[in-house]
Design a protein around this ligand. Structure first.
Ligand SMILES: NC(=O)c1ccc[n+]([C@@H]2O[C@H](COP(=O)([O-])OP(=O)(O)OC[C@H]3O[C@@H](n4cnc5c(N)ncnc54)[C@H](OP(=O)(O)O)[C@@H]3O)[C@@H](O)[C@H]2O)c1
Length: 237
């Protein structure tokens, strides 16, 4: 069985075993360099995945009901978040965008088969942007979209599995809130010295730092794939 098939089976088992009705099963998946960089700078993207890893990413997209990124990634990369390098369905695209900064010309606004869901804290019923479905939610203490409320809304809308692709602020926020169930990480064997995937995880004690347990790793093309389940210890957040 090849790596793609093994990761697919592992992820399916995990999704099937997930029981919460309050939120979707969350898979975090992104590509980083050896030093943990995901981009050159926060507004300067860098293609890190090789051909095979890119195919794996698209396979993973096809295995989730929804795919979520932060507005920083939309402004920097203008992604489509569709499945193009694998055969499968496009997940529902979702953007966290507290201040409703998404440009009307973003590629996510003109997807052929889906209206992108934008979760914001701006309660302006009058805002209509073609191609988007905008939902206002109460913000968190920092005035950003509250992840717990966002995930509850998503599961009620039928998103039972969610792939979180980045960027760094969103990756860190999901890890800090202990809302990641599984990780599939592509490591490209190069140093970049750029914008790091994970920043502040709060003042958790050492024993409460998120770990992968169990974890697996295997080479795929020129990259290393590391995958596994998140273990947050028994420390109460
Ligand atoms: N290598 C990879 O796999 C990969 C994948 C994705 C992205 N990237 C890179 O990542 C970079 C962008 O990362 P980024 O950190 O600047 O932006 P980001 O994580 O994509 O988006 C961050 C923004 O999301 C909004 N947001 C809303 N609610 C939030 C919440 N609860 N927690 C955190 N953020 C929330 C905030 O803006 P508001 O306050 O305005 O809402 C925040 O500034 C780009 O360079 C891109 O190329 C790399």
């Amino acid at each position: 069985m090849n790596l793609n098939q093994r990761i697919e089976d592992w992820l399916s088992d995990n999704k099937n075993a997930f029981r919460s009705l309050d939120r979707p099963f969350v898979t975090l998946s992104y590509a980083q360099s050896l030093d943990g960089s995901i981009a050159l700078r926060c507004d300067e993207p860098l293609a890190l995945s090789g051909e095979e890893s890119l195919r794996l990413t698209h396979q993973l997209r096809s295995m989730h009901d929804g795919i979520l990124v932060g507005i920083g990634t939309v402004l920097s990369d203008d992604p489509q978040l569709t499945v193009r390098h694998w055969i499968g369905h496009n997940p529902q695209p979702i953007v966290l965008d507290s201040q409703l900064r998404i440009p009307a010309k973003a590629r996510l606004c003109c997807l052929p088969d889906k209206r992108c869901w934008v979760l914001t804290t701006v309660d302006d019923q009058g805002t209509v942007i073609e191609g988007l479905e905008i939902t206002a939610l109460e913000g968190n203490a920092d005035g950003q979209v509250c992840l717990q409320r966002a995930l509850k809304l998503l599961v009620h809308r039928g998103i039972k599995s969610l792939m979180v692709e980045g960027g760094a602020s969103v990756i860190s926020a999901f890890l800090k809130a202990r809302l990641v169930d599984a990780l599939v990480l592509t490591i490209s064997p190069q140093f970049v010295g750029g914008y790091k995937a994970v920043n502040d995880l709060g003042k958790a004690s050492r024993c409460a730092l998120p770990k992968l347990k169990p974890f697996f790793s295997e080479r795929l093309g020129d990259d290393l794939i590391v995958w596994g389940n998140l273990d947050y210890g028994d420390y109460a957040a």
